[in-house]
Design a protein around this ligand. Structure first.
Ligand SMILES: [Fe+2]
Length: 294
């Protein structure tokens, strides 16, 4: 018998609310079923959960190793595995993003508890990056599957932290293609010129935001959301007054594997000019640093 008896889908391909379920009762034996339902719905919501900080952390540890946030300090809770954001101290994630894609192993999944919700506004939206890939034309899918992109942590005031990932990753559990660029952290398509990269990234980062692929959730205090960070992006709708506090645990991710064959050289390798455009300096500097490290 299924662990979950009361599931309501919230949109065609992404999001489900699960009622009449207490996350305190979950054990290691239930992890496979959680993974399956998360792969299917990509973000799942459990209202009315009374987990303490320690119970929240213990629940997260069922799914793997947890990581704190590399750059942002919590305003209230001083627990190394809890990441906390409070609107009153300026914490609002109001640009579309996949968490921590400037890292070698971006977060695998996030488990977020809403501890203070505004009466109105402050919803969160998620978008389905598998649906976004599927809806593109075959020539565009082929192009995107053959290239990579540079991500950096400049939104966290750490532009020196960079990582290159495939533009289309293969989901490790489902094998599906995931369109893996976001407006918050993705800076540059590695194999294209600056001008080409600007146009393509602009298209792709807007494309994934299409309402067709998304779900929007209105919070109540003590709702817990769990999302697959490998196949989604999210943002907070910044339209509320008053306090909004979230506490999150983050499961450490895996290496991002490409969906297709990456068969192009980085931009610059075929550049016949000796002087480098300022628009290419970040990319060239990063590629040079990687050569030095090997
Ligand atoms: Fe986030």
């Amino acid at each position: 018998m299924s662990l979950f008896t009361n599931i309501s889908k919230l949109s065609t391909t992404i999001g489900a609310e699960i009622n009449d379920f207490d996350l305190k009762n979950v054990s290691k034996d239930d992890v496979q079923e959680f993974r399956a339902i998360l792969s299917e719905h990509k973000v799942i919501f459990f209202p009315d959960q009374e987990l303490t900080i320690e119970e929240h952390v213990a629940f997260g540890e069922l799914f793997g190793e947890l990581e704190g946030h590399p750059h942002i300090n919590n305003p209230n809770v001083k627990h190394p595995k809890i990441f906390e954001l409070a609107a009153s101290t300026g914490g609002i994630a109001d640009e579309w993003h996949t968490d921590l894609t400037f890292q070698k192993r971006p977060a695998l999944m996030s488990i977020l508890k809403m501890t203070a919700a505004p009466d109105v506004g402050g919803d969160t939206m998620w978008t389905d990056l598998v649906a976004a890939f599927k809806a593109m034309s075959k020539p565009m899918q082929d192009l995107c599957s053959s290239i990579t992109a540079l991500h950096d942590a400049s939104p966290h005031m750490h532009p020196e932290k960079m990582m290159i990932h495939p533009v289309v990753r293969k989901h490790p559990d489902t094998g599906e293609a995931v369109l893996y660029v976001n407006e918050h952290f993705t800076r540059r398509i590695v194999e294209l010129s600056h001008e080409e990269s600007e146009q393509l990234l602009s298209f792709l980062t807007k494309w994934v935001q299409k309402p067709d692929f998304s779900v929007r959730y209105k919070w109540s205090k003590n709702t817990i959301a769990i999302w697959d960070n490998r196949s989604t992006q999210h943002l907070v709708v910044n339209n509320f007054e008053g306090e909004r506090i979230i506490q999150r645990v983050t499961v450490t991710g895996d290496i991002v594997e490409p969906f297709g064959e990456l068969n192009h050289d980085a931009w610059g390798n075929n550049n016949k000019f000796s002087a480098k455009s300022r628009n290419d300096l970040q990319l060239i500097g990063y590629l040079d640093s990687q050569k030095e490290n090997h």
